[in-house]
Design a binder for this molecule. Sequence first.
Ligand SMILES: [Zn+2]
Ligand SMILES: [Zn+2]
Ligand SMILES: [Zn+2]
Length: 299
Amino acid sequence: MPKAATSARPSTRRSSRLNNQDPTAAQAAETTSMRLRRTRTARRSTRITPSELIRREMNLELRELEVKRKSDELDERSRSLSRKEDEAATILSQIATRQSKSILDDLEEHFTCPLCFEIMAQPFSLNPGACGHSFCALCILRHFFSRLHKACGGWHESVDCPMCRSLLVITPDRVPRLDITFPFVPNRTAAAMCEAMIEKLAQSSAGSHLVVKREESEGNWPPGSEWDMEWGRKKGRSKEEEELEVANSDLACWREGGKLRAEWLKRDREGKKEMQVLLTCWTTFRSQDFVDLKQRLGV
Ligand SMILES: [Zn+2]
Ligand SMILES: [Zn+2]
Ligand SMILES: [Zn+2]
């Protein structure tokens, strides 16, 4: 028994000695076996069973369907967005048109010249305090000079206001005339208002935007699409839309480059010039000068 114990002890000692002597060899052996085990496992996992293959294919198909559904959803969302953008643009331009129209209505209601029925250009009032009526400079000059006696270049009777018949002071034949006999007074408040409102109208551009937007939409959407059907409903225009269209064409005449704006600017310029001439020379103007001015005014 003690013999066996002694024989066992050296063997243990040997193996421990072996381990102590060469630890790297043991580690290397262990690493190799681990690597082998791992390779075997990997090989087993690449082998796919047919049912697994079918399952994966189905999965892929499902994912594809999902992607397509999402892409359709995105398309629809983008279409509805551009539709909403279009509607917003239309509403904005309708608001702008309404605002401009209300400016034009105010202008026509409060600043129409009673002689030419256009928006007053370079407004002047008549001298008598009780009158207070205003007209375009050119209009009131024409009215005044239409009463001038061409043969002698003088006024033989008082000229009256075309509205209230108030009488103006008779223009003295003798020079120098007094300043206070000048028959016209500039209406500066009306002039400033007209100018500001006409400038606002010139800057408004909503209407043209509305028209362009419409044409674009009609061209862009393929016939038969959902949008086209909706558009068809919109094509049957409401009364309000027709009114806006009319307002739009009225406003177009007052925009930059518009016909009425150009005419107004011309009347404004000419009226200012002729009034200026008459005002600066009033005290010294002789009958022939008055006749010349009458001819220039074409009355
Ligand atoms: Zn006028
Ligand atoms: Zn009057
Ligand atoms: Zn005369």
